[in-house]
Design a protein around this ligand. Structure first.
Ligand code: V47
Ligand code: SF4
Length: 354
């Protein structure tokens, strides 16, 4: 038997992949074999279910002191087009959809030194007042590190203050690709991967669940991707606090990074390898807002089980050229999932069926 056949058998028998075998599988397996393995693992965990969430995104500011080369969303302080939502604007945005049965508020923003510590606490309090029944999933580890540094507090202190104000789950953003040399090229001012992981470890120890991501399809290699997945799997072995992994396909427009973005096959291969390698993370998301609805539907056949949500107004991927809609209705989400051949299941942030 050749090496590839041995690895495929190992996966079929439910075995855990090491980095070397994952790399060999990712590089040499046909898309059919890889997709089938990803699908097999996905079906074993979730059967024919595909999850979605009724959610709303709030991007409270786009002003950011970092300038990641791939980012088309952020503005430097004082640059035209920069914005910050006031407490009233946050309330108005939530009130504009108050008749809808929203279950999750997803909140992220740039690193804006003009904001006070209290801004963050009162933002969460406002969300709780207006939407007491929704779960607050907010902030990337990058924002948490920024708050700790800016206001001279420990990460643990920041997280427990936010938790007290209503934070239940952290988003998975800001992970990009952990490799140090690569980070120098794509996001030199961002916290190192080790710090990103430490912050999620601290969150998990406080009972705050989180998601995790990988930005792929730019200038990274398959080695970089597998190393990244390995670091996530290792942390998950120790804490069990990750709910969902989201491979984020790079969107190439209006930014400084010269790369084209992944094609459809690369998207599916990455979903499949993620599902196979991350055997301890329960959910893999096919993020329609970046990948496009059609690719996300195919992603459900390669290992993904989550389709994300209604969103309403996705800003970050769209600033960088995402051609998908900015939001979808619940009926549309269900139709897309059903048309792809799966049973749509509405979930909350923690993947409990609603
Ligand atoms: O952190 C920025 C990425 C992330 C680009 O946790 C880009 O449930 C592609 O993390 N092309 C934000 N990606 C999105 C994110 C997310 C989305 C949905 C759900 C969850 C969750 C998290 O988008 C950023 C960065 O990694 N990003 N620019 C770009 N040009
Ligand atoms: Fe700022 Fe995040 Fe954009 Fe980087 S990706 S420039 S940290 S908003």
């Amino acid at each position: 038997m050749n090496k590839l056949t041995i690895i495929i058998r190992h996966v079929q028998e439910g075995g855990r992949l090491n980095q070397e075998d994952a790399l060999h599988l990712a590089r040499t397996a046909s898309i059919h074999d890889l997709g089938q393995l990803g699908h097999m693992r996905r079906q074993a965990l979730h059967g024919n279910k595909a999850y979605y969430v009724y959610n709303q995104h709030l991007n409270y500011t786009n002003v950011c002191q970092n300038a990641c080369t791939f980012c088309a969303y952020s503005k430097r302080e004082g640059q035209p087009g920069g914005y910050v939502y006031s407490r009233e604007e946050i309330r108005d945005r939530l009130m504009a959809r108050i008749k809808e049965p929203i279950r999750e508020i997803h909140i992220v923003g740039g690193l804006n030194p003009a904001l006070t510590y209290d801004y963050f606490l009162s933002m969460l309090q406002t969300v709780r007042e207006v939407r007491p029944e929704a779960t607050i999933k907010a902030f990337t580890a990058v924002e948490i590190a920024f708050l700790a540094k800016e206001y001279n507090k420990s990460v643990q202190q920041v997280l427990s203050d936010l938790q007290e104000a209503g934070l239940k789950c952290m988003t998975g953003g800001g992970a990009e690709v952990f490799d140090t040399n690569l980070r120098q090229k794509i996001c030199p001012e961002k916290i190192p991967g080790t710090q990103w992981l430490d912050i999620h470890r601290t969150a998990h120890s406080l009972g705050i669940y989180s998601n995790c991501t990988m930005l792929f399809g730019h200038v990274e290699t398959w080695e970089n991707r597998i190393d990244h997945l390995h670091a996530l799997r290792k942390l998950q072995d120790s804490t069990g606090g990750f709910l969902c992994f989201i491979p984020l396909p790079y969107q190439p427009d209006n930014n400084a990074l010269e790369a084209s973005g992944p094609d459809g096959e690369d998207f599916l291969r990455t979903i499949a390898i993620s599902r196979i390698y991350l055997d301890n993370i329960p959910h893999i998301k096919a993020y329609w807002a970046y990948a496009g609805v059609k690719a996300a539907q195919m992603g459900l056949w390669a290992g993904a089980d989550d389709f994300d949500g209604t969103i309403v107004e996705e800003k970050i991927g769209h600033a960088a050229g995402s051609a998908s809609p900015k939001g979808l209705g619940q009926d549309q989400l269900c139709q897309y999932i059903a048309a792809a051949g799966f049973t749509p299941i509405q979930r909350d942030t923690f993947f409990n069926q609603v």
